[in-house]
Write a protein that binds this ligand. Structure first.
Ligand SMILES: *Cc1c(COP(=O)(O)O)cnc(C)c1O
Length: 352
């Protein structure tokens, strides 16, 4: 039976508090994250704009396209950007970050935690530890890592963490968050170049102090996306964050077993640094693997990686046995191979 339309109910204070608490618990932080009224890339650009200034030197790790983009935004803000870049089939060794810090004496270090595009995960905890030992501000793009690997924000002492819900968390893409430490807020506040009265202004979105109830719901929060995020994070809590991470680990391990059973190899060179979100498959000569559009969760390489790798996007709802089985069967079909043995390999590893 259809109900008469009663009008649109704006986000209530209680929903807003629920969302704030869900985000804080997800990130294991006691500091209320800033809710970003748009997709995660907006939060990342806002961090770059907020911390960059002429006279500041920032070490920016580049292990994929998102790191390059962050560096460009830092440069736009006038900072001296030191790029620590590695080939995209590797992740950054923590020692290279340490060497750049010693040499260039930056005030901050930025990196991407998990690269969905390349299938590699940077040594986040080690990078943060090294940077913290030099009292530097740390910035982590953890948009895809959240829900796929550990991200204990306060324990690590990371100052800026951008997250999104549309990757491992199986949530909406129209809202995101940036967690900022008290040190991070000081770094923004002491920057005369940090945007104000702008969509890129984090300072204008600073949550009220710990323990104080918000007087009102910030008017910029998109209501429908906020409700969708509450639902997604509630589902994550009921499954258990550790189980969600474990499911992503299982998906990655079984996808690797599946492609190896097909005689293929991962694009990432070091098995210790595979991301749990995507498995990237090296294309070396196999013409049949040159696809130009996604087939289910099997996608061609992005940008400069087109033609070099295939990506299996086993994150969120697709971090499942059936998701990985289907992807491996899709790749077997591209190769004109029977998929039975590879799918068996997937099941074996999933069951472990
Ligand atoms: C997906 C992703 C983003 C961008 O998020 P959008 O909300 O899709 O713009 C940024 N960084 C990383 C590492 C990502 O995986």
């Amino acid at each position: 039976m259809s109900q008469p339309y009663k009008g649109f109910v704006p986000l209530t204070r209680s929903e807003y508090e629920t969302l704030t608490h869900l985000l804080s618990r997800l990130l294991s932080t006691e500091h209320a994250p800033v809710i970003i009224p748009g997709e995660a890339i907006l939060g990342i650009e806002a961090v770059a704009a907020g911390i960059s200034a002429p006279g500041r030197t920032i070490v920016n790790v580049v292990t994929g396209p998102y790191g390059s983009l962050f560096g460009q935004w830092l440069e736009r803000g006038g900072a001296t950007v030191i790029e620590v870049k590695v080939p995209f089939d590797e992740v950054v060794p923590a020692e290279e970050v340490a060497a750049a810090i010693e040499r260039y004496k930056p005030s901050a270090v930025s990196f991407v935690q998990a690269e969905v595009v390349t299938g590699g995960s940077n040594p986040a905890e080690e990078i943060i530890k090294i940077a913290r030992a030099h009292k530097l501000i740390t910035v982590s793009d953890s948009v895809s890592a959240v829900g796929g690997e550990a991200l204990p924000v306060d324990e690590w002492g990371v100052d800026f963490v951008a997250i999104g819900a549309q990757k491992a968390l199986a949530g909406p893409n129209g809202i995101s968050a940036v967690s900022i430490s008290p040190r991070g807020w000081k770094f923004l506040e002491s920057n005369a170049y940090a945007p104000r009265n702008s969509i890129l202004s984090l300072l204008d979105l600073k949550p009220s102090g710990k323990g104080t109830a918000p007087v009102r719901v910030p008017p910029n929060i998109p209501t429908l996306e906020a409700r969708a995020l509450i639902s997604a994070l509630t589902a994550i809590e009921s499954e258990g964050l550790e189980q969600v991470i474990k499911r992503h680990e299982q998906a990655a391990a079984s996808a690797i077993a599946g492609i190896q059973a097909l005689g293929l190899e991962p694009w990432q060179k070091d098995s210790k640094t595979y991301s749990t979100l995507t498995t990237t498959v090296r294309i070396s000569g196999e013409e049949k693997l040159h696809i130009d559009h996604p087939i289910g969760i099997v996608a061609p390489g992005d940008g400069e990686l087109f033609g070099q790798l295939l990506r299996i996007n086993h994150f969120g709802a697709n971090a499942s046995l059936s998701g990985v089985e289907e992807a491996v069967a899709t790749i077997a079909a591209l190769l004109n191979q029977d998929h039975e043995q590879a799918v068996q390999a997937v099941r074996l590893v999933w069951g472990k």
